[in-house]
Design a protein around this ligand. Sequence first.
Ligand SMILES: *[C@@H]1O[C@H](CO)[C@@H](O)[C@H](O)[C@H]1NC(C)=O
Ligand SMILES: *[C@@H]1O[C@H](CO)[C@@H](O)[C@H](O)[C@H]1NC(C)=O
Length: 408
Amino acid sequence: MLIEFILLSLFKIFSVIATPDGLLQKGAFTVQQQTSRRTSRWSVPSSIYRTYRKHGLEIPPDVKSAMARQSSTTSSSVTAKSVLDDTEYVIKVKVGEQNLTLNLDTGSADLWVFSTLLPKSLTGKRTAAQIYDPKSSGGKIMSGESWDLSYQDGTGAKGQVYQDKVTIGDHLTVPNQAVEAASWVSEGFASSDDADGLIGLAFSDQNGILPNIQKTWFDNVRGSLAHPSFAAAIKRRQPGSYDFGHIDASKFSGSLAWTPVVRSGYWDFDATDFSFGNTPYKNITRVQASIDTGSGLWYLPRPMAETYWKQIKDAKYSPHEAAWTFPCSSSLPDISMKISGKRLVVPGINMNYQQASVGGNTCIGGLQPDTQSSMTSYIFGDVFIKGMYVVFEHPVGGKPRLGFAQQK
Ligand SMILES: *[C@@H]1O[C@H](CO)[C@@H](O)[C@H](O)[C@H]1NC(C)=O
Ligand SMILES: *[C@@H]1O[C@H](CO)[C@@H](O)[C@H](O)[C@H]1NC(C)=O
């Protein structure tokens, strides 16, 4: 016993000291999702807009005109009723010496933050503690490197790159993570007060630093984790959690359905054999899906999404919301599909996304069609993920895969 204990202790000490890249601790830990400090919520058209823009897709005309209508009125944002509305899943990340609130986004690969390089007018309501200051933490500038996530429509962010220490979960530190410090953000980015930046956990080959792309935080730590994975357990209208370096079997029922990642760069997989309620949908048998925690809604091919909503009495497409809407009192059927042969269910309640901004009894659907038919990979955002336990695994030198189970 004693010898075992001593050996174990020695091993622990050894593994801490021996980590070649200076990582503090080999680890497995869980971070709770933070409560959003947002005071208003994104409208559905702006959520759709941001998803299309992020993925480089053409913005549907209805979304463009809904956005134009919104920016011409001042009352477009709706005060959130719950403390945590479902539109962002943010966690605490220590960047340099500061605790920042970052949006964890599996659909992009940049870690960018509001920084002291920004003029005061572009930092919104953030306090000094919420704005990354590379000087005070001793962040090292990566000279010659820069980043630019600005879009054709004039929105976006860009800036310089620093190497700094980035810690998630109090223990696991990457000592020289590429941190993208914004020196410019567009108006819309500045005024949204929900997060101090974003931590992208798609694959490093999608990173936007030029001329030399840099590794994501997960890519930097995965070799040091007890298990080379992170897992999302996000919930509807309550804080969920992310597990790094371990799979927490107490959070899901049954076993995980493992499926390969089918597109390089993104967490894409194949879903088959969809059913709406008890009715199988036979017309499209396979959908390539991209798991994106940074997108709110769930997108399916147009004929599929329309078939779902046409089952609901008085559901209709609203050009005003650029989305399908339905009477809030409707009961909505579950949607199920097979992943690697195992049937998984998205509860019908998830398809009730939020109340429409006009008309008290009208609600907006969480499932929407890709009206442009421009997605080759359909964005499976938070509406799909809530209620699932999703493991993002990428062994060093191995192939990435996704694991799915039903949350308990
Ligand atoms: C960051 O959060 C930790 C608790 O997780 C706390 O101990 C520390 O003081 C905080 N740091 C700052 C600068 O607020
Ligand atoms: C079946 O799929 C085709 C091709 O995607 C589509 O054009 C058609 O509208 C679909 N029909 C139904 C009933 O979903």
